[in-house]
Design a protein around this ligand. Structure first.
Ligand code: ZN
Length: 271
């Protein structure tokens, strides 16, 4: 959104901050992690490899969830692609990139019953042209693993850089909950099997309980954030920016001066 009068992004319900999580590979430990998220009212995105459900991971004693558990474990969260068998995209040509993503989408959509539009890069490496292939396959964002250590928005949704890995999150979480400035987005990623391997469950419980249950935070999946930011960027304004129109299906919230204002779907605001 690039209007002079709009001073900051606010989130659904007029909330001033947003929090999202992203965890990869769909292993058994996701059962415990989603239970912790649910207890604290947190929302996350889970990036799954549908061709290897139920399998042991290659280099560790870690097992993936079986297909018949997926819908139940991730209920209320977003299911997203991670390549059907976790092949690093930079190893794949055009056609194999397409099949890896489309097969994953099809299999995941059969399970979850909604359009699967999110993704995390399997093993991170990819080539720039592959972003266009992802877009053509119906993907709308793809996360990488570069920590920004900032509460910022995705500069490029097809190289969405998270704030940090979960092991780096506690000091940032303490800052986030006290942060007086509006419009901040906190994005934490990881693998739940790392929590088990590092014996970090107590830390994760503390982190989630610190971040959960806050009236000024919007708890959202990755795709909910993308959809909301896309809707915000669709606001229309007159040349003098004194009349703002919301053509989207969303109620939108933003800062005008120091105040949070809302504009319902189809409404026009005179500033
Ligand atoms: Zn992975």
């Amino acid at each position: 959104m690039t209007m002079k009068g709009i001073t900051f992004t606010a989130f659904p319900g007029g909330k001033r901050k947003a929090l999202t999580f992203s965890f990869d590979d769909g292993t058994l430990e996701d059962r415990r992690l989603t239970a912790i998220f649910n207890k604290n009212g947190l929302k996350g995105t889970f990036n799954l490899n549908s061709a290897v459900f139920g399998n042991k991971m290659k280099y560790r004693e870690v097992y993936r969830l079986k297909e018949d558990e997926i819908a139940e474990v991730y209920k209320g969260h977003e299911i997203a692609c991670h390549g059907d068998n976790h092949t690093t995209l930079s190893f794949l040509g055009d056609q194999s990139t397409v099949t890896s993503v489309i097969k994953d989408r099809e299999a995941l959509e059969r399970i979850c019953g909604y359009p699967v539009r999110g993704m995390a890069y399997p093993s991170t490496d990819h080539r720039p042209f592959q972003k266009e292939i992802l877009r053509a396959c119906g993907i709308e964002y793809c996360r990488n693993t570069t920590s920004t250590m900032r509460f910022s928005y995705p500069a490029d949704p097809f190289d969405w850089e998270p704030t940090c890995h979960y092991t780096e999150a506690m000091p940032l979480a303490e800052r986030f909950v006290c942060e007086p400035r509006p419009g901040k987005l906190f994005y934490i990623w990881g693998h739940s099997f790392e929590i088990e391997e590092r014996n970090d469950w107590d830390c994760v419980e503390k982190l989630c309980s610190l971040l959960g249950g806050r009236s000024d935070v919007w708890y959202a999946t990755n795709i909910e954030i993308i959809d909301y930011l896309n809707a915000l960027s669709s606001l229309k304004a007159t040349v003098d920016e004194k009349i703002i129109y919301n053509p989207t299906a969303y109620e939108l919230w933003f800062g005008l001066g120091g105040e949070v204002v809302s504009l319902k779907s189809g409404e026009t605001l005179r500033v």
